[in-house]
Unconditional design. Structure first.
Length: 461
């Protein structure tokens, strides 16, 4: 491959895990299997936290969540107890690979790379991601691209509501979304003059969360002989078929990536973290034990509260600090000791049957070179992400068998996937990579090694 003369296609499969893509399903995925035969491939370690936002942007920028100031989908606003802001494209201030490429005159096509709403100007064409409110807004750059898309497929679908009981509807909508997306991708790949092309299919993540318990015999809520038992497998086969059609349209001298932002595994349950904080007398609030209540609706006595938490695939715990929060009570001089005490308490939590958990607690300023923005005080992986955090209250137990915000069978895991094929490769090589290796590798393909060397991670070429 002539460096600087290449095209690069990046196939993003949100939450694809190595256990399924490289092992359990690979014999039935002929297009991906054939690509792997002549590729570098293996598990790719995600960022902390291992969630869609910020992981895709960590991949694209070579920067940590702390440097980006993105710690998840939502963030606390200016040390408020209740005000939040939702992650969006304008919050990303660091340069992504397509920005570096643009400065060298290269054109890019981006489809669904989170967070990309509202659409920002690029040297090329962009369709925004799953956080787009709906198709009535402007979701493309340039704006006139929207007309091209809707002429092709009608109403474009960004995401589906997947946490609902009507699994038939979820499946049907995901299939429709994915087929439309790949029709758009085939159009763009043929009609636009691009050097770099990246898309993210969010449907795989939604399939995992909606249908995991039907195919995983080890899931604690496994339903044998369900009519949904093959939905996950069938969706992987759909993706492989669509990827195969896409690859036929790509120049044989193109470099091909398949990457995921994180992995996935069975959800063992959800831990009611705010109920636990109340039991430990760290959160002072009263609630009706027979009624599920959101934390936002809880009557909290902030003058007697030390800490509170947010739920999610990982938990964010905030401390009530004097001079920082409106009714803060923890003296600045006691901050470190109080935080350490709470961290040790969190790590001592055991499972519902008394089993030991492998809970990990992170301090943002210790795991990132810089921690910008509205960072939490503690970031918690309950039992190494096997248990989701439930922020709601009123449950009969601290241990919930299911998610507290609607049906969800799976949680995230730290390792996604990485596949890279360049034309010279005649064999496969297995290696473990980091999400931060992606951007330096892409830039190296375009001959921009000096820029690549300034980013976190290492080029794999």
């Amino acid at each position: 491959m002539k460096v600087g003369k290449t095209k690069v296609l990046v196939i993003g499969l949100d939450s694809a895990p190595p256990e399924l893509l490289f092992h359990k399903f690979i014999d039935n995925l002929p297009n991906i299997r054939n690509l792997i035969k002549k590729s570098l491939y293996g598990p790719m370690k995600s960022c902390i936290p291992a969630i869609t936002i910020p992981a895709w942007m960590c991949m694209a920028t070579g920067k940590t969540p702390g440097e980006l100031g993105l710690y998840g989908f939502r963030h606390r606003k200016a040390n408020s107890y209740t005000d939040i802001w939702i992650a969006h494209s304008l919050k990303v201030k660091e340069k992504a690979v397509w920005d570096y490429l643009s400065s060298r005159g290269y054109k890019s096509v981006l489809v669904g790379v989170p967070p990309s709403y509202p659409p920002k100007k690029i040297n090329g064409w962009l369709i925004s991601c799953f956080i787009t409110p709906d198709s009535n807004v402007n979701y493309t750059y340039p704006a006139e691209l929207k007309r091209e898309i809707e002429k092709l497929v009608g109403e474009y679908i960004f995401d589906v509501i997947f946490r609902k009981e009507d699994r038939d509807a979820v499946k049907e909508q995901i299939w429709e979304m994915t087929r439309k997306r790949f029709e758009v991708l085939r159009y763009l790949i043929q009609e636009k003059d691009w050097d770099y092309f990246q898309f993210v299919e969010i449907g795989l993540d939604r399939i995992h969360h909606s249908f995991w318990k039907y195919f995983d015999e080890n899931h604690h809520l496994y339903e044998p002989n369900s009519k949904y038992q093959n939905v996950v497998f069938d969706y992987y086969k759909l993706l492989d078929k669509e990827i195969g059609k896409l690859l036929k349209l790509v120049d044989e001298n193109a470099a091909i990536f398949i990457v995921s932002d994180h992995g996935v595994k069975a959800m063992k349950g959800a831990f009611a973290v705010n109920q636990w904080l109340i039991s430990e007398k760290l959160l002072n609030a009263k609630y009706d034990g027979g009624k599920i209540i959101r934390f936002e609706d809880l009557n909290v006595n902030w003058n007697k509260t030390i800490a509170w938490a947010w739920g999610g695939y990982y938990s964010r715990i905030f401390l009530n600090v004097e001079g920082r929060e409106k009714n803060g009570i923890i003296k600045q001089s006691h901050y470190d000791s109080v935080r350490e005490e709470i961290a040790e308490l969190v790590k001592s939590i055991r499972g519902k049957d008394g089993e030991k958990w492998n809970t990990k607690v992170f301090y943002p300023e210790e795991i990132y070179p810089i921690a910008r923005g509205d960072k939490p005080d503690l970031m918690v992986y309950f039992d190494d992400l096997n248990w989701r955090a439930a922020g709601t209250l009123g449950h009969p137990s601290l241990y919930l068998p299911e998610n507290d915000t609607g049906p969800d069978d799976a949680v995230h895991s730290e390792y996604g996937v990485f596949i890279l094929h360049v034309p010279e490769m005649e064999n496969s090589k297995v290696m473990e990579t980091s999400i931060y290796d992606f951007a330096p590798t892409v830039l190296s393909l375009f001959g921009l090694k000096k820029i690549a060397e300034k980013l976190r991670g290492t080029s794999l070429l």
